[in-house]
Ligand binder design. Structure first.
Ligand code: PLP
Length: 455
């Protein structure tokens, strides 16, 4: 097997590096499974699909008896809000377990990842006139969390190979108004945290990690979310640990975490005193029950995602047509919200990404382009400039410079144009033979790349 892999790898490298003509036949021999199908007609053109329709992917969200039991227990108990049982209730239990799992001193359950991020911004005292640097390639919840406190989200461009914030651009975007950096661990893989933490230390900035996609992933021995000052998670239905809608803030600074608690509890502190401004963003006992039932098996699925991701990457190694997400030194594991790759059309006879995805879907492998546009291309960028409050908070020259900067994100544009993902929840927790189906389908489409233009 190893010999075959090496043969194929070397072969594909050769294909990628040089002219492809004449080299395809040995590649077919070197690649292991189902040669008759690979050699055949594209399913999109009437051939037999690599993966027949009866083969199902694992269902998502994960449901098991223990989760159901926890919800039933909570339903019967009548304790449905965390304030009814602040120490031993389902939310309090979840907070202790999740903090233990990721190695954080404190954890606060919230109603969503967006709420968790917004709580951090507010609790740090970041507000009108302040700036927070973050990524244009993320869920809008990241930016929304900064806008909620009426601070200015400043977007830095991406490293187009890792899809993560480019630390050099982060540093260029710092102004005297910058208060924090909010790195997003996109796809659940670690951002370039050594450099981001060094920049934050140099400029005395806070770091709020958006680890919404990165539960359980590790970087240099630390879980994502525990590297910066505060870390945030999402347990929305598609996430690897899911309860429909839910989130968490984690941190080690007791005073800051107390402030987060107070903010998320409509400004009311743990002693019941109404001391500040805040929304009501508490996790409820049902959400926590689903999570408590799920945590005992979450690590198993996390390990499986990592195993399958490593397997896919080993099969794609040296293949220039689909390049897996670059990982930074120090990455020990990933949350793998998605297994992400860059599609290089020049290696597919210049077929568009859409044509490639169409051919692949017909083979029974549904991959997707994920986020269509960077957030710098969405309407909020103009909307906030029209708001009187932003005009009051920031000098006109600053807003003009901000608008200009936000209009140019070439790294992010490239990521959006090339991105192809396999969902981490569902397909990435399937078996090795399912991963082989994915690779075989990719190779079949690759070998038929001269036919893609007709799709
Ligand atoms: C990177 C990232 N940040 C923030 C969020 C927001 O989390 P939620 O949907 O739980 O509000 C998400 C969820 O999609 C996300 O993927």
């Amino acid at each position: 097997m190893a010999g075959k892999d090496i043969g194929r790898r070397n072969f594909i490298s050769t294909l990628a590096a040089a002219s492809i003509a004449g080299a395809v036949a040995p590649a077919l021999q070197a690649f292991s499974a189902v040669p008759s199908k690979r050699a055949g007609l594209l399913a999109a053109l009437g051939g037999e699909p690599v993966r027949p329709a009866f083969k199902q992917w694992p269902k998502w969200p994960h449901v098991d008896e223990r989760m159901i039991e926890e919800v039933v227990k909570t339903t019967k108990s009548g304790i449905w809000s965390r304030i009814q049982s602040p120490v031993n209730g389902a939310v309090a239990t979840f907070e202790k377990q999740f903090a233990g799992l990721i190695g954080s001193e404190y954890c606060i359950g919230t109603g969503s990842g967006t709420q968790a991020l917004a709580i951090c911004v507010e609790a740090m005292g970041i507000g009108p006139g302040d700036e927070v640097i973050t990524s244009p390639y993320t869920d809008f919840g990241t930016v929304s969390a900064i806008l909620t406190s009426r601070a200015l989200p400043v977007l830095a461009d991406l490293d187009p190979d890792s899809y993560q914030l480019d630390p050099a651009d982060v540093e260029r975007k710092i102004t005297p108004r910058t208060k924090a950096i909010m790195p997003v661990h996109i796809m659940g893989l670690p951002a370039d945290m050594d450099k981001i933490m060094a920049i934050a230390a140099k400029h005395k900035l806070k770091v709020i990690e958006d680890a919404c996609q990165g539960a359980l992933a590790k970087y240099r021995g630390k879980s994502l979310g525990t590297i910066g000052d505060l870390g945030c998670f999402s347990f929305q239905a598609s996430k690897s640990i899911a309860c429909g809608e839910g989130g968490a803030v984690v941190g080690n600074d007791e005073a800051l975490m107390d402030q987060c608690f107070t903010v998320h509890n409509h400004g009311t502190n743990r002693k019941g005193k109404h001391v500040t401004i805040g929304p009501k963003n508490r996790m409820n006992e049902f959400e926590a029950s689903i999570l408590n039932g799920q945590l005992p098996t979450a690590t198993g699925r996390f390990l499986l995602r990592n195993k399958n991701a490593a397997y896919l990457s080993s099969k794609l190694k040296g293949f220039a047509g689909l390049v897996p997400q670059k990982q930074y030194e120090g990455t020990e594991s990933g949350g793998y919200y998605n297994y992400a790759m860059s599609y290089k059309k020049e290696h597919f006879n210049n077929a568009t990404r859409q044509q490639f995805l169409k051919a692949l879907a017909a083979e029974g492998i549904a991959l997707s382009p994920y986020i269509p546009n960077g957030l710098h291309r969405e309407a909020w960028t103009d909307h906030i400039l029209e708001l009187e409050e932003y005009k009051d908070m920031f000098p006109a020259a600053r807003l003009k410079a901000w608008r200009e900067a936000v209009s140019s994100m070439p790294g992010c544009d490239r990521v959006c144009a090339e991105m192809i993902v396999l969902p981490g929840s569902g397909p990435l927790i399937a078996g090795t033979t399912d991963m082989d189906d994915i690779i075989n389908a990719i190779m079949k489409v690759y070998e038929n790349r001269d036919k893609l233009a007709s799709l």
